[in-house]
Design a protein around this ligand. Structure first.
Ligand code: G16
Length: 559
C-alpha cells in the first residue's frame, strides 16, 4: 500500500469511530444492530467491498438493510460477483475490520489481509461497488458512510443504485458481472416478460384464472417491496396485484406487518381481515427477500392459515418435476438427460413438508439456517430448489442444464413445435429467467407461484392441501450471551452448554411427534426455540418448557 493510500485510509477512518463496548459479528446475513451503532461498521464494510472488488476483478454489491428487524435497526451485507452472499472465507476479516479499535489497527489489519490475499492496492487497479439501501430512515446517512468507505480505497468507485429491494441489488451485481448494463427497469422487464411468456405456455384447458382467482393481495411490510411490486404489477396483464402496507402508506416498517410477523405469529398483518376471506393473500418482509402466502378465514379471529416457504418449495417441486417428466417422455428430444433435482431445507422445515417431498421421490438435504448455506447446497444440482420456512428461497439452474435445455429447444424447433416436451423445455427456461438466480426474491417468487397456480388451475386452498403442517411454535429467549449456544448437525443438536441437549431430549420425549431445537439467532440478540408436536397445545407447551430450559442454562432469569 503506498503512502497516498495509507494517509487516505487514516484520515477517512478517523471520521468513523467504532462504538465502545460493542462486539459486532457478520452473522447470518451481514452486520445488524441499532442504526446509531453502525456508521463505522458500514464505512469499514465499504472498504471491504472495494477490496473484494479488487481481489475478484468484478463488481461487488453493498446493501444497507436490516430486513425483518425493527425500523430503528439497520445493517449491511455484501453481494459477491455471482450475486450471492459474501464468500464465508472473508467473514473473519469482516468481523476483525468491524471491531478494530482505532484507525491504526484498521490499517494494520488491511495491510496484513491484502498481503495474504495478494490484493493489488496500486492505485492502477479499478474497483466498483454498487450501493443499495432500503427505505429505513437511517439509510441515507449509512449510505454516505459506505460511499466514503469504498472511495477511501484508491481506484474504487461507488455507484449509487438508489432505494432497492435486497434481491434487486443482488440481481444487478450478477447481471453486471455477466457483462450486461442493467437498470432497475431491466429487472422489471425480465421478470414481467418471463411471467407473460409462462402464461402463454399454459394449456388452454388447464387455466382457470378468472373471477376472484386473478387477484392477489400483498402486504408490503411498510417497506421497499410494496412500491416495487406496484411497478412490476403494472407490467402484467391478467394478474391483479393489490398492495397494502406499502412504505407510502405511513405505517411503521415490520410493525404488525410483514412476512416474519405473519409466519411466526400466524396472524393476519395490519390491514387484512375477514373481508379478504377466500382471496389469495401474501406477505413480503422489510427488504422483500422473503415471501409467505396466507388465507384469512371468514370469521375475524385474526388467525390465518399460513402457506409458508415449505409449501412454496413444494409447489415449485411439483411443477418442475412434472416438466422434467414431460421432457423425458418426449420422443422428439435426443440425448435424454436425467436432470438431478434436489431440494434444500433447514431444521425449521415443518416435518410434514419433508415427508411430502420425500414421498415425491425427491432428494431432501438439510443445512444450517442462512441463505448462504442453502444456496451453496442447492447449486450442486441441475435444478436445486431451496427454501427456509420463513419464505426465503429460490430455484437454481446449473449453467450446463440451461445450455442443454437451450440446445433441445433448437433441436426440436422444426416439426414438433407444439409438443409437450418442447413446451416443458421452454417453460423451464422461462422459469430460470423469472426466478432470481442470485438470491431468494419475494417479487420473482410471487410471480412464479402465481403462474404455477394458473398452470395447475389450483386455488390457494387446493395448494394448501398438498399436506397438513404439524402444529409448531417459535419463541425467542433473551440470554446473557447467545453465542454460548453452540450447535451441530444442521443446528438440530446443542453441543454447548453441556447438559442442555439432554434436557431438551427429555422434554421432547414427552410429546407425540415432538421435535424441538434451539439455536442462536444471527440477526437478533436472542436464542430461538422451535417446537413441533401433534397438537398446537402440545407444540406451545413444549416450546415454552424448552424456552425455560434455555433461560435456566444461559439466561437472565426472564424467558
Ligand atoms: C436472514 C437470513 C435468513 C435467516 C433469517 C433469520 O433473513 O437471510 O437466511 O433465516 O435472517 O436468521 P436468524 O434466525 O439467524 O436470525 P432476513 O430476511 O432477515 O435477511
Amino acid at each position: 500500500m503506498n503512502d497516498e493510500q495509507q494517509s487516505l485510509l487514516l484520515s477517512s477512518s478517523s471520521r468513523f469511530s467504532p462504538p465502545q463496548g460493542v462486539k459486532l459479528s457478520y452473522g447470518t446475513a451481514g452486520f445488524r444492530a441499532d442504526a446509531s451503532l453502525l456508521p463505522s461498521t458500514v464505512y469499514r464494510v465499504g472498504i471491504l467491498a472495494a477490496l473484494r472488488s479488487l481481489k475478484t476483478g468484478s463488481i461487488i454489491g453493498l446493501m444497507i438493510t436490516a430486513s425483518h428487524n425493527k425500523v430503528s435497526d439497520n445493517g449491511v451485507k455484501i453481494a459477491d460477483p455471482n450475486g450471492g452472499m459474501l464468500s464465508q472465507h472473508w467473514e473473519p476479516f469482516a468481523d476483525a475490520l468491524a471491531n478494530a479499535p482505532s484507525p491504526q489497527h484498521l490499517l494494520l489489519l488491511i495491510n496484513e489481509f491484502v498481503a495474504k490475499e495478494g490484493i493489488l492496492m496500486d492505485g492502477v487497479s479499478q474497483a466498483e461497488v454498487l450501493l443499495g439501501r432500503d427505505t429505513r430512515p437511517s439509510g441515507d446517512a449509512l449510505f454516505e458512510a459506505a460511499r466514503q468507505g469504498v472511495t477511501s480505497v484508491v481506484g474504487a468507485v461507488a455507484t449509487d443504485m438508489g432505494i432497492l429491494t435486497t434481491p434487486q441489488l443482488h440481481w444487478m451485481v450478477r447481471a453486471r458481472n455477466k457483462g450486461m448494463q442493467v437498470s432497475e427497469q431491466d429487472y422489471f422487464e425480465q421478470l414481467s416478460s418471463s411471467f407473460r411468456y409462462l402464461e402463454d405456455l399454459i394449456p388452454a384447458e388447464k387455466s382457470k384464472f378468472d373471477g376472484l382467482n386473478n387477484k392477489v393481495i400483498v402486504d408490503g411490510s411498510n417497506g421497499v417491496g410494496g412500491v416495487k411490486l406496484k411497478v412490476l404489477g403494472s407490467l402484467l396483464n391478467a394478474l391483479v396485484i393489490e398492495v397494502r402496507n406499502s412504505s407510502e402508506d405511513g405505517g411503521v416498517l415490520n410493525d404488525g406487518v410483514g412476512a416474519d410477523y405473519v409466519q411466526k405469529e400466524k396472524v393476519a398483518p395490519h390491514g387484512f381481515g375477514s373481508k379478504d376471506a377466500g382471496i389469495r393473500c401474501a406477505s413480503l418482509d422489510g427488504d422483500a427477500d422473503r415471501l409467505v402466502y396466507f388465507i384469512v378465514p371468514p370469521e375475524s379471529s385474526g388467525r390465518i392459515d399460513l402457506v409458508d416457504g415449505d409449501k412454496i418449495l413444494s409447489l415449485f417441486a411439483v411443477f418442475i418435476r412434472e416438466q422434467l417428466s414431460f421432457l423425458n417422455e418426449n420422443e422428439g428430444i435426443k440425448n435424454s438427460h436425467q436432470a438431478r433435482l434436489g431440494v434444500v431445507q433447514t431444521a425449521y422445515a415443518n416435518g410434514a413438508s419433508t415427508n411430502y417431498l420425500k414421498q415425491l421421490g425427491l432428494e431432501v438435504n438439510f443445512t444450517p439456517t442462512g441463505v448462504k448455506y442453502l444456496h451453496e447446497k442447492a447449486a450442486e444440482f441441475d435444478i436445486g430448489i431451496y427454501f427456509e420456512a420463513n419464505g426465503h428461497g429460490t430455484v437454481l439452474f446449473s449453467e450446463s442444464f440451461v445450455g442443454w435445455l437451450e440446445a433441445r429447444t433448437k433441436e426440436i424447433s422444426s416439426g414438433s413445435n407444439g409438443s409437450e416436451g418442447k413446451k416443458a423445455a421452454l417453460r423451464l427456461l422461462a422459469v430460470s429467467k423469472l426466478i432470481n438466480q442470485a438470491v431468494g426474491d419475494a417479487l420473482s417468487g410471487l410471480l412464479l407461484v402465481e403462474v404455477i397456480l394458473q398452470y395447475m388451475g389450483w386455488s390457494i386452498h387446493r395448494w394448501n392441501e398438498l399436506y397438513h403442517d404439524l402444529p409448531s411454535r417459535q419463541l425467542k429467549v433473551k440470554v446473557a450471551d447467545r453465542n454460548a449456544v453452540i450447535t451441530a448437525n444442521a443446528e438440530t443438536v446443542v453441543v454447548s452448554p453441556p447438559g442442555l441437549q439432554e434436557a431438551i431430549n427429555a422434554e421432547t420425549g414427552k410429546y407425540h411427534q415432538g421435535r424441538c431445537f434451539v439455536r442462536p439467532s444471527g440477526t437478533e440478540d436472542v436464542v430461538r426455540v422451535y417446537a413441533e408436536a401433534s397438537t398446537q397445545e402440545a407444540a406451545d407447551t413444549l416450546a415454552n418448557s424448552v424456552a425455560k430450559l434455555v433461560d435456566q442454562f444461559l439466561g437472565l432469569g426472564s424467558s
